[in-house]
Design a protein around this ligand. Structure first.
Ligand code: CA
Length: 426
């Protein structure tokens, strides 16, 4: 559907103006209902759609689609279906929600009221069980900022950075859904000037503003995914907060990279927005600054214009927006990331998570972490309650938002929210 057709789609449910969830979004999540049951769900305006019950009503059918794809605890089995099935489910959902004669509008009220439920009555859980999680490092501005702080401006970027999307393998088990609160982590920290580390709660707890994509099933082990076909293997995207304990990270990261400074938790937004929904917001990314090896060359509009914001809310206070960035700033796009990830034959599975790395822009208020916003602690960030932050304090809530706007089209990802709890007693 072109932009004009999307704009003219009229849902027969009332959708608040500038809702994150117009009828051309239709993201996927996992919802738990008041009776204790759970189902794959989608969202339209302020309503949740119970896809299991919709399937059971007979109104939502597609080749190969069976009840377990919606009734499972996670979306992995649904994501593992062929792309054509996802596209036909999307087309049918749009039809059911815009055409009063398609069957849903006229459904028996009691059945319909169970299929379409106020979002206040549904608790959202982790939408997928990620088998693997990879964290890229694809923002040139972020890599250069961190490099400048730790190695000086002459060596800001490592020699390999402009030649390949750098990444490390993260921890899948500690990926949690928005509204899961996390304790400040303990770990080894080397105090400035000391020879030996101390054991302490992190004093430099940070967020990292990232987006992540959720993969479809890839190719068998040994077979790379080519850059031009990579998007066929991407199901959708979420907001991703890659919490980081900078002091623990700094002491542990050489020679093998991030470990306990990162794996105590990463938070994702509950809705997976599909690439089909993001289609109108395609754009070009930055041009490569070095000649790329052929397997990484990509052309055309291979990224998306997704505006990003981060708020910090101290306990019982008003939010302060501390960062405004954009997914399109990333130097390496998702196709290049996936092509690089699999170029050696590494296989990916349905429901793997690939995070972008911290997304910073060039402006000082577009930096995607406290480390950069406070420039390693030298420029404290002022909050609206009058307090200042260098890193996060106990009780601080971090909210990340992502949304796309193009002419009259608007959609959002909802939010990715978590509060920092005090360190546990040791
Ligand atoms: Ca990261």
């Amino acid at each position: 559907m072109n932009t004009l057709q999307l704009k003219n789609l009229k849902c027969w449910l009332e959708i608040p103006e500038k809702s994150d969830f117009p009828v051309y979004n239709l993201p996927y999540g996992i919802g738990y209902f008041e009776d204790g049951s759970h189902s794959a769900v989608s969202r339209i305006g302020d309503y949740i759609i119970n896809l299991s019950l919709l399937f059971q009503s007979g109104l939502l059918r597609a080749d190969g689609l069976v009840l377990k794809h919606f009734a499972s605890e996670f979306l992995n089995d649904f994501i593992d279906l062929p792309r054509e099935v996802h596209q036909s489910v999307r087309r049918r959902l749009i039809e059911l929600l815009t055409d009063k004669h398609a069957g849903l509008y006229d459904l028996d009220k009691e059945i319909k009221d169970n299929i379409i439920v106020s979002h206040h009555r549904v608790q959202l859980h982790l939408p997928i069980k990620p088998g693997d999680y990879t964290d890229f490092y694809s923002s040139k501005e972020h890599a250069a900022n961190v490099g400048t702080m730790f190695r000086g401006p002459e060596n800001a970027l490592m020699p390999n950075w402009l030649h390949m999307p750098i990444a490390y393998h993260g921890r899948a088990s500690s990926i949690v859904v928005s509204d899961t609160h996390l304790h400040r982590p303990w770990g080894q920290i080397l105090p400035p000037g000391a020879d030996n580390p101390i054991f302490s709660p992190s004093k430099q707890l940070d967020f990292e503003l990232e987006m992540a994509f959720v993969t479809r099933r890839g190719k068998p082990l040994g077979q790379p995914i080519k850059v031009d076909e990579a998007e066929e293997y991407i199901f959708g995207m979420v907001i991703f907060n890659d919490w980081s304990a900078r002091d623990i990270q700094k002491w542990e990261y050489q020679p093998l990279g991030p470990f306990l400074g990162k794996n105590f938790g990463s938070t994702i937004s509950p809705w997976i927005v599909t690439l089909d929904a993001l289609e109108p917001f395609r754009c070009e990314g930055p041009q490569p600054e070095k000649e790329l090896l052929p397997y990484l060359k990509s052309s055309g509009e291979k990224t998306f214009d997704i505006q990003l914001e981060v708020d910090i809310i101290p306990s019982d206070c008003q939010p302060t927006t501390v960062c405004r960035s954009n997914f399109k700033y990333l130097y390496w796009n998702m196709s290049q990331q996936l092509a690089h990830h699999t170029v050696n034959g590494c296989n990916i599975q349905a429901g793997d998570i690939m995070a972008s790395g911290t997304i910073s822009g060039t402006a000082a208020d577009s930096f995607g972490s406290m480390l950069e916003l406070s420039w390693k602690g030298t420029k404290p960030i002022k909050l609206s309650d009058g307090t200042e932050r260098i890193f996060l304090l106990d009780g601080d809530t971090v909210i990340m938002r992502a949304f796309c706007q193009k002419n009259d089209l608007y959609l959002g990802f909802g939010q990715c929210k978590s509060t920092i709890l005090p360190a546990i007693n040791y």
